[in-house]
Design a protein around this ligand. Structure first.
Ligand code: ADE
Ligand code: ZN
Length: 336
């Protein structure tokens, strides 16, 4: 019964990397289109390789797979496939990330990447009524100088973006490394969000809040190691975009029943459940919700709160947020 409610509730996805939605079959189709040689014999063999010890072992395969994305049409197709897929999960609003440097570093023009992604989002919106905001991320394993250059290349497309993010290898690359470029981003009128507290400690969440003035923390699960921080996050309603299946597949937690999502919700934190990189981690948005529902024994009020948090934590205008909250209450009332 609660499974039905999880599916029926309107939901927003706030933590999703478009490159991380590349299904192995699409990797092979695009490799054929562009005459790229892959080191795996088949899509099934590639999928079998999706077994990770930590974040870095995943990122190595993720960047390798992204190498088949070469032109605007590829980015459009990738993005539309994601919109088509999540329409089935009751997702009404999405705020995906993309990693411009992964592509510009291979000689793909920024315009092809951005126009392709925006084209896919617009077609998905028309087809399914899913609204969207878009967030380019800086790769934190690269230098701040490279992030500054990327920001200059992004400026002509600024109207498409609601924020700028920070992702990739957290260990050894603390948020403070990028405080200068995030100040530039804020001066241009965009806010920052940042991956923090995934593999890094709770102190990196504080650092993202203080040095980047991040308005939303991606993952953030390791805040539970600092009870004062949990209280502060709850008081300020700072959104945490957790990704439960990702955390288990990347060995942040040994098993789903160890995941702190329920504790965070009970502590009044604005936590959401998202998919991160679905084919790599075994599930899209609803799979994440259902896995938490079963393994954490979530109750009806947790599901309703997760749905409301996803809209509250979004970059939608207040009026739109209020409309979705009301809709969540309506669906919850009709599903006993
Ligand atoms: N890029 C794609 N997925 C990521 C994750 N979970 N953490 C950091 N960078 C990422
Ligand atoms: Zn992520």
């Amino acid at each position: 019964m609660l499974e039905k409610l999880a599916s029926a509730l309107p939901k927003a996805e706030l933590h999703l990397h478009l490159e991380g939605t590349l299904e192995p079959e699409m990797v092979f189709a695009l490799a054929k289109k562009h005459n790229v040689r892959l080191r795996f014999p088949s899509a099934a063999a590639l999928r079998e390789a999706y077994q990770f010890q930590d974040l870095q072992s995943f990122l190595d395969l993720y960047y390798e797979g992204a190498g088949v994305l070469r032109d605007e049409e590829d980015f459009h197709q990738l993005t539309l496939a994601y919109m088509d897929r999540v329409a089935r999960d009751g997702v009404c609003h999405v705020e995906p990330f993309f990693d411009p440097q992964t592509h510009t570093g291979r000689g793909v023009a920024m315009r092809e990447v951005v126009e392709g992604v925006v084209g896919g989002l617009r077609e998905g919106e028309k087809k399914h009524g899913i609204s969207w905001r878009l967030i380019p991320c800086f790769l934190r394993h690269l230098s701040e100088e490279e992030a500054r250059k990327t920001w200059r290349d992004l400026i002509p497309f600024q109207k498409y973006f609601s924020a700028v993010g920070l992702d990739s290898s957290e260990k050894g690359n603390p948020p403070g490394k990028f405080s200068g470029v995030f100040a530039e981003v804020r001066a241009a009128g965009l806010c920052g969000v940042a991956h923090a507290g995934e593999e890094g400690p709770a102190s990196s969440i504080r650092e993202a809040l203080e040095k980047l003035q991040a308005v939303r923390i991606d993952h953030g699960v390791r805040c539970v190691e600092d009870p004062d921080l949990v209280r502060e996050l709850a008081k300020k309603r700072i959104p945490l975009t957790t990704c439960p299946l990702s955390n288990v597949r990347l060995c942040v937690y040994e098993k789903m029943s160890d995941h702190p999502l329920k504790k965070l919700l009970d502590a009044g934190v604005n936590a959401t459940a998202n998919s991160d990189d679905p084919p790599f981690f075994g599930g899209y948005l609803l799979d994440n919700w259902l896995s938490c529902l079963r393994e954490l024994s979530l109750e009806k009020h947790h599901l309703v709160q997760l749905a409301k948090n996803s809209f509250e934590g979004s970059f939608l205008p207040e009026k739109e947020k209020a409309k979705w909250m009301e809709k969540v209450d309506q669906v919850a009332a009709s599903c006993v």
